[in-house]
Design a protein. Structure first.
Lengths: 369, 393
């Protein structure tokens, strides 16, 4: 009699190693130490989150237009932000001219939108990006400053709030990148004089704090210029910020240049390309792609550093909020003001870092392991 | 008949790379020198026009203002030169404390980020992403204006066990009072350090010679802690704590951390720790898992694997960016000027500059100090890098 072997049916995995329970066991309660840590973390969350939520949302005041409206509730007084919101956005920009700022913002969004759409071919994106990079600052400058095309002139001293923060960050980014690339090329150059000049420049700016650079640009720059010639305060700050960030950018780009194998230079030379063509067509496209994270990190640092112009008396977002918290009518709401400002800065910086991660993934044309 | 080989045409001299290189460099130098010279000329003319006498004579004239925190004796009659040293020491104090605290917090959070515990690693991620994306100046302002300016007046001080007090004037800590015989304890500690150094050397040479191991670490730890403690007890506990007491309108005695310093230190620590945490995470992740497996297969236990295999390789990746963060922290401490902590920038490039009008001298001295600190740390860094760099064949 032949017996057929009937295998036992495969048993399901133990119920405590799959599903929610399994996940909890693996990730939160895998060892006595982990159990203790989990409980500690839960306790921490329990003591922090509910009071925070109560302060920021449940007990907060959202409506009203003066500080008396806030006395009824124990939580945050967001009325403070609501009342000052326009000021935080535009600074002291004249009320009837704010449409110009809005128009510039809309133009930027419309112009930059195709860059974020996958279906647009890369070639168009590059062309559009370059023309935006060169054209937009001019358009924005004419719109903001006025005095031409029938627009009334608005002095830079009345620019402020988020507008000023974005202007400083934008100019800094657009100007620091090319300057940084040139400095990095100079530092890697074979010519000793050029190399020494670039190294000295880079190490000098990297060695001093931005705040002394801003001090210098506000008190020393006027002394350096011929008598009678004077720069606008904002322009002086912009020069300081740009030179400072260009030095950091140069070091980032140098990292990328050093990572390009020698064979690439030799291949370009064998094809008969000169120095600038080798750099522009062969080396830089590869090098810059490698250092996107570093470049974006520098941009993020620049964005955060714009808050330092407060020291020389420019009313950027940080300073205008700080100013509002010291207004005698609104004393005691500094926490709300700072939380709001922190959120704005955080959104921009976090957004930039996420976008760079995205870009890095998309530009990764090599083989992935 | 063969064609004669054409003699190569010499390219025109302006296409010769060497000639070009020399020309470029000469142009660059001439432009730089001309630029520098015109700045110098303009400055001379401007200073003459404004009637400012340049030079460093002002350093010896009396300052005439008071400083809220001084590590060396200082009074309003002291000179501007003294102000410089007070400011420099304050900068160094807050930077040194910040470096130690940020390293501790950063390593804890970096390791928490790698924890297998999901909740812990998420909390660390939230910490890192929150604090490194908010400007440091904003964080300093938050701690100073929103927190430390909002605590009660001295009479309603917040207290911790009636020894530590927090009020609007600052944080009051008990101060140690050393009796004369405390010198013995310090001497004992010095002796323990020397003894454990010799012990470690002896243990290492014996292991190299005979292969026998000696528990040098635990013995020297016992020496380092045991010897001073025993001496402390034998000398009759020569240490008392002076607890701050409320007298009149404020606390008397004890150590005072002024709110400016406390908020600057808090913000610097929290901000820099977020960056250090990322560096630590990246450094540990850079050591491939194969190293751990290889080490286990050689029979090393997990403690030895961490100490002898993982850490030396991770530190090679961690140390350079970590030093960079220390440099950043030192430079960022200059933001003290925004809340009036009397550091170098605030006391010297701020108040002194405003009073004397010697803009060029003050800024130049301040920048030189920061440059010197940066270059010294870079030099030390490069030295270290050369020592630990991977030697490739």
């Amino acid at each position: 009699m032949a017996e057929t072997h009937i295998p036992h049916p495969i048993l399901p995995p133990p119920s405590n190693s799959v599903g929610v329970l399994g996940w909890l066991r693996r990730n939160l309660f895998s060892s006595p130490l982990n159990i203790a840590l989990t409980l500690l973390a839960l306790y921490l969350l329990y003591t922090l989150i509910p009071p925070l939520l109560r302060w920021a949302l449940l007990d907060a005041t959202w409506t009203g237009d003066n500080r008396e409206a806030c006395s009824a509730h124990s939580g945050a007084c967001w009325v403070f932000i609501r009342v000052h919101f326009e000021q935080f956005l535009y600074g002291f920009y004249p009320d009837d001219q704010r449409w110009r700022v809005n128009l510039a913002a809309i133009l930027l969004v419309l112009g930059a939108a195709p860059l974020f759409i996958r279906a647009v071919p890369d070639r168009t994106k590059i062309r559009l990006g370059l023309s935006l990079l060169i054209g937009y600052p001019i358009i924005a400058f004419v719109l903001f400053k006025g005095g031409r095309l029938g627009l009334s002139a608005v002095d830079t001293s009345s620019w402020g709030g988020l507008l000023l923060t974005l202007v400083i960050a934008g100019v800094g980014m657009i100007a620091a990148l090319p300057l940084g690339i040139l400095l990095a090329l100079g530092r890697r150059s074979q010519m000793p004089a050029i190399q020494t000049l670039c190294v000295t420049f880079i190490e000098f700016w990297r060695g001093v704090p931005l705040i002394t650079v801003l001090f210098m640009s506000s008190v020393m720059l006027p002394l350096f210029l011929p008598a009678g010639m004077n720069f606008d305060k904002l322009l002086r700050a912009l020069i300081g910020v740009t030179l400072f960030q260009a030095a950091y950018m140069a070091e980032v780009v140098r990292g990328g240049l050093q990572a390009i194998p020698k064979g690439q230079f030799e291949a370009a030379a064998a094809l008969g390309l000169g120095y600038w063509k080798t750099m522009a067509l062969i080396v830089l496209p590869q090098a810059l792609k490698l250092v996107i994270p570093g470049i974006v990190n520098t941009f993020i640092a620049l964005f955060k550093d714009t808050s330092l112009v407060l020291i020389i008396g420019l009313f950027d977002l940080m300073n205008i909020v700080h100013n509002a918290t010291t207004n005698p009518e609104w004393l005691g709401f500094s926490t709300e003001g700072y939380v709001f400002t922190a959120t704005v800065y955080w959104l921009f910086c976090f957004g930039m870092s996420r976008y760079s991660q995205n870009l890095e993934k998309r530009l990764h044309t090599g083989h992935k392991r | 008949m063969t064609e004669p080989i054409p003699t190569p045409v010499k390219p025109p001299f302006w296409n010769n790379p060497q000639t070009r290189a020399i020309a470029f460099q000469v142009i660059a130098l001439v432009v730089t020198v001309a630029f520098g010279w015109s700045i110098f000329e303009n400055t001379q003319a401007n200073l003459r026009r404004l009637g400012i006498a340049s030079g460093f004579d002002f350093l010896s004239s009396p300052a005439g203002f008071d400083i809220i925190q001084t590590l060396i004796p200082y009074s309003p009659t002291s000179s501007y030169g003294r102000v410089f040293w007070v400011g420099l020491l304050n900068t160094l104090l807050v930077s040194a404390l910040g470096v130690v605290l940020a390293t501790l917090l950063g390593f804890v959070i970096g390791i928490a980020r790698l924890s297998k515990n999901w909740l812990i690693s998420r909390l660390a991620l939230v910490y890192i992403e929150t604090f490194r994306n908010i400007p440091l100046l904003l964080q300093i302002f938050f701690w100073y204006f929103a927190v430390l300016r909002a605590v009660p007046a001295p009479r309603q001080s917040l207290s911790l066990g009636d020894v530590i007090f927090l009020n609007i004037r600052g944080l009051y800590l008990p101060a140690p009072q050393f009796q004369p015989s405390f010198g013995w304890v310090i001497a004992a500690f010095g002796g323990a350090v020397a003894a454990s150094w010799l012990l470690v050397r002896w243990a290492r040479s014996r292991q190299l010679a005979t292969g026998q191991q000696f528990p040098a670490l635990s013995v020297s730890l016992a020496l380092l802690f045991g010897l001073p403690l025993a001496t402390f007890w034998l000398a009759g506990s020569p240490l008392e704590w002076q607890i701050p007491k409320l007298g009149g309108f404020n606390f008397q005695g004890g150590w005072v951390v002024i709110p400016e310093m406390a908020s600057l230190l808090l913000a610097l620590t929290i901000y820099t720790a977020a960056f250090i945490a990322e560096i630590v995470r990246a450094g540990i992740q850079a050591v491939s898992h194969g190293q751990t497996e290889a080490s286990f297969s050689l029979g090393l236990n997990s403690g030895m694997t961490l100490r002898l295999i993982i850490l030396p390789q991770a530190l090679r990746v961690i140390i350079p960016p970590l030093t960079n963060q220390y440099l950043n922290l030192t430079k960022n401490s200059s933001l003290a000027a925004a809340i009036g902590y009397p550091d170098l920038v605030s006391a010297f490039a701020g108040t002194t500059l405003n009073q004397t009008g010697q803009a060029i001298e003050c800024i130049a001295i301040t920048m030189t100090v920061y440059l010197t600190i940066s270059l010294l740390i870079s030099l030390a860094m490069n030295q270290y890098n050369r020592r630990v760099a991977l030697v490739e064949r």
